[in-house]
Ligand binder design. Sequence first.
Ligand code: SF4
Ligand code: SF4
Length: 179
Amino acid sequence: MGTQSRFTLQDFYGGSIQGRLAVAQGLYPDLTLALAANEPFTRMLAQAVMLEKELARTMAGLELGALCTVCGTKAGGGCCSSFMAGENDVAQLLLNLLAGVAVAALREDDECCFLGQRGCLLLFKPMFCLNYNCQQIRQGAGPDRMRCLDQATGELLQQQYALEQLLLEVLRRRGTLTG
Ligand code: SF4
Ligand code: SF4
Protein backbone atom coordinates (compact mmCIF):
# COMPACT_ATOMS: atom_id res chain seq x y z
CA MET A 1 0.00 0.00 0.00
CA GLY A 2 3.09 2.21 -0.16
CA THR A 3 2.04 4.04 -3.34
CA GLN A 4 -1.50 4.91 -2.31
CA SER A 5 -2.59 8.46 -1.59
CA ARG A 6 -2.44 9.67 1.99
CA PHE A 7 -4.86 12.12 3.50
CA THR A 8 -5.12 14.13 6.70
CA LEU A 9 -8.15 14.93 8.85
CA GLN A 10 -8.02 18.39 7.27
CA ASP A 11 -8.60 16.76 3.86
CA PHE A 12 -11.56 14.86 5.33
CA TYR A 13 -13.23 17.65 7.27
CA GLY A 14 -11.80 20.88 5.85
CA GLY A 15 -11.54 22.52 2.45
CA SER A 16 -14.36 22.81 -0.04
CA ILE A 17 -17.20 20.35 -0.48
CA GLN A 18 -15.99 19.78 -4.05
CA GLY A 19 -12.56 18.81 -2.68
CA ARG A 20 -14.04 16.45 -0.10
CA LEU A 21 -16.28 14.85 -2.71
CA ALA A 22 -13.25 14.27 -4.97
CA VAL A 23 -11.36 12.59 -2.08
CA ALA A 24 -14.33 10.31 -1.31
CA GLN A 25 -14.82 9.37 -4.97
CA GLY A 26 -11.09 8.66 -5.31
CA LEU A 27 -10.97 6.38 -2.26
CA TYR A 28 -14.19 4.51 -2.96
CA PRO A 29 -13.10 1.92 -5.62
CA ASP A 30 -10.24 0.44 -3.52
CA LEU A 31 -12.15 0.69 -0.30
CA THR A 32 -15.27 -1.07 -1.49
CA LEU A 33 -13.17 -4.18 -2.25
CA ALA A 34 -11.29 -4.01 1.04
CA LEU A 35 -14.45 -3.58 3.12
CA ALA A 36 -16.48 -6.30 1.39
CA ALA A 37 -14.69 -8.87 3.59
CA ASN A 38 -14.92 -6.78 6.77
CA GLU A 39 -17.85 -8.45 8.53
CA PRO A 40 -18.28 -5.93 11.39
CA PHE A 41 -18.36 -3.09 8.89
CA THR A 42 -20.80 -4.71 6.44
CA ARG A 43 -23.10 -5.70 9.34
CA MET A 44 -23.10 -2.19 10.78
CA LEU A 45 -23.64 -0.66 7.35
CA ALA A 46 -26.66 -2.92 6.78
CA GLN A 47 -28.06 -1.89 10.18
CA ALA A 48 -27.56 1.78 9.29
CA VAL A 49 -29.47 1.28 6.03
CA MET A 50 -32.34 -0.30 8.00
CA LEU A 51 -32.37 2.59 10.49
CA GLU A 52 -32.42 5.07 7.60
CA LYS A 53 -35.43 3.27 6.11
CA GLU A 54 -37.18 3.43 9.46
CA LEU A 55 -36.49 7.17 9.72
CA ALA A 56 -37.67 7.70 6.14
CA ARG A 57 -40.95 5.93 7.02
CA THR A 58 -41.40 8.13 10.08
CA MET A 59 -40.67 11.26 8.05
CA ALA A 60 -43.06 10.19 5.30
CA GLY A 61 -45.78 9.71 7.93
CA LEU A 62 -45.30 13.36 8.89
CA GLU A 63 -45.22 14.40 5.22
CA LEU A 64 -41.90 16.13 5.78
CA GLY A 65 -40.75 15.60 2.20
CA ALA A 66 -43.84 17.32 0.83
CA LEU A 67 -43.56 20.17 3.34
CA CYS A 68 -39.90 20.82 2.58
CA THR A 69 -40.46 20.58 -1.18
CA VAL A 70 -43.16 23.28 -1.01
CA CYS A 71 -40.84 25.38 1.13
CA GLY A 72 -37.94 24.90 -1.26
CA THR A 73 -39.92 26.29 -4.20
CA LYS A 74 -40.75 29.56 -2.40
CA ALA A 75 -38.63 32.72 -2.63
CA GLY A 76 -35.68 32.28 -0.28
CA GLY A 77 -35.95 28.51 -0.63
CA GLY A 78 -35.86 25.83 2.04
CA CYS A 79 -33.09 24.75 4.36
CA CYS A 80 -30.86 22.96 1.84
CA SER A 81 -28.46 25.79 1.01
CA SER A 82 -24.95 25.60 -0.45
CA PHE A 83 -23.74 26.52 3.04
CA MET A 84 -25.32 23.36 4.43
CA ALA A 85 -23.55 21.26 1.79
CA GLY A 86 -20.36 22.07 3.70
CA GLU A 87 -21.57 19.93 6.60
CA ASN A 88 -20.78 16.79 4.58
CA ASP A 89 -17.38 15.25 5.33
CA VAL A 90 -15.37 12.61 3.46
CA ALA A 91 -16.19 9.74 5.84
CA GLN A 92 -19.93 10.33 5.58
CA LEU A 93 -19.76 10.74 1.78
CA LEU A 94 -17.82 7.45 1.63
CA LEU A 95 -20.51 5.72 3.70
CA ASN A 96 -23.08 6.84 1.14
CA LEU A 97 -20.95 5.52 -1.73
CA LEU A 98 -20.39 2.23 0.10
CA ALA A 99 -24.16 1.93 0.58
CA GLY A 100 -24.64 2.21 -3.18
CA VAL A 101 -25.54 5.90 -3.53
CA ALA A 102 -24.07 7.46 -6.69
CA VAL A 103 -22.81 10.50 -4.82
CA ALA A 104 -22.13 13.45 -7.12
CA ALA A 105 -22.66 17.19 -7.19
CA LEU A 106 -26.05 17.69 -8.83
CA ARG A 107 -25.99 21.48 -9.09
CA GLU A 108 -23.83 24.58 -8.80
CA ASP A 109 -26.15 27.28 -7.48
CA ASP A 110 -27.10 28.61 -4.04
CA GLU A 111 -28.71 25.31 -3.02
CA CYS A 112 -26.89 22.30 -1.57
CA CYS A 113 -25.14 20.43 -4.39
CA PHE A 114 -26.79 17.18 -3.19
CA LEU A 115 -30.33 18.50 -3.53
CA GLY A 116 -31.96 16.80 -6.49
CA GLN A 117 -35.42 17.13 -7.99
CA ARG A 118 -36.69 14.46 -5.60
CA GLY A 119 -34.99 15.82 -2.51
CA CYS A 120 -31.69 14.95 -0.88
CA LEU A 121 -29.56 12.49 -2.83
CA LEU A 122 -27.83 11.16 0.27
CA LEU A 123 -28.87 8.19 2.39
CA PHE A 124 -26.64 9.25 5.28
CA LYS A 125 -26.89 12.99 5.89
CA PRO A 126 -24.98 15.36 8.14
CA MET A 127 -26.12 15.70 11.76
CA PHE A 128 -27.39 19.25 11.26
CA CYS A 129 -29.56 18.17 8.31
CA LEU A 130 -31.08 15.30 10.30
CA ASN A 131 -31.56 17.17 13.55
CA TYR A 132 -33.17 20.33 12.23
CA ASN A 133 -36.95 20.53 12.27
CA CYS A 134 -38.51 23.95 11.88
CA GLN A 135 -41.37 25.32 13.98
CA GLN A 136 -43.88 24.41 11.26
CA ILE A 137 -42.82 20.77 11.40
CA ARG A 138 -42.74 20.64 15.21
CA GLN A 139 -46.17 22.21 15.56
CA GLY A 140 -47.71 20.10 12.82
CA ALA A 141 -46.36 16.84 14.26
CA GLY A 142 -47.19 17.43 17.91
CA PRO A 143 -45.15 16.13 20.89
CA ASP A 144 -45.78 12.38 20.52
CA ARG A 145 -44.89 12.15 16.86
CA MET A 146 -41.92 14.48 17.38
CA ARG A 147 -40.67 12.09 20.07
CA CYS A 148 -40.84 9.20 17.55
CA LEU A 149 -39.04 11.33 14.95
CA ASP A 150 -36.33 12.39 17.41
CA GLN A 151 -35.81 8.78 18.50
CA ALA A 152 -35.49 7.47 14.93
CA THR A 153 -33.11 10.33 14.10
CA GLY A 154 -31.00 9.70 17.19
CA GLU A 155 -30.67 5.98 16.47
CA LEU A 156 -29.52 6.62 12.91
CA LEU A 157 -27.06 9.32 13.98
CA GLN A 158 -25.54 7.01 16.60
CA GLN A 159 -25.09 4.28 14.01
CA GLN A 160 -23.60 6.71 11.49
CA TYR A 161 -21.14 7.93 14.12
CA ALA A 162 -20.07 4.38 15.03
CA LEU A 163 -19.66 3.50 11.35
CA GLU A 164 -17.59 6.62 10.68
CA GLN A 165 -15.28 5.72 13.58
CA LEU A 166 -14.85 2.19 12.22
CA LEU A 167 -14.17 3.53 8.72
CA LEU A 168 -11.57 6.01 10.01
CA GLU A 169 -9.88 3.18 11.92
CA VAL A 170 -9.71 1.04 8.75
CA LEU A 171 -8.31 3.97 6.77
CA ARG A 172 -5.65 4.61 9.43
CA ARG A 173 -4.67 0.93 9.46
CA ARG A 174 -4.31 1.00 5.66
CA GLY A 175 -2.12 4.12 5.91
CA THR A 176 -4.64 6.14 3.89
CA LEU A 177 -5.43 8.52 6.72
CA THR A 178 -2.83 10.13 8.93
CA GLY A 179 -3.71 11.85 12.20
S1 SF4 B 1 -37.43 22.13 7.66
FE1 SF4 B 1 -39.12 23.60 7.63
S2 SF4 B 1 -38.17 25.51 6.91
FE2 SF4 B 1 -36.79 23.83 6.36
S3 SF4 B 1 -37.36 23.27 4.25
FE3 SF4 B 1 -38.49 21.91 5.67
S4 SF4 B 1 -40.46 22.93 5.96
FE4 SF4 B 1 -39.06 24.46 5.14
S1 SF4 C 1 -30.50 17.36 3.62
FE1 SF4 C 1 -29.22 16.74 1.88
S2 SF4 C 1 -29.68 18.23 0.28
FE2 SF4 C 1 -30.33 19.13 2.23
S3 SF4 C 1 -28.58 20.32 2.98
FE3 SF4 C 1 -28.46 18.27 3.90
S4 SF4 C 1 -27.12 17.13 2.50
FE4 SF4 C 1 -27.84 18.92 1.39
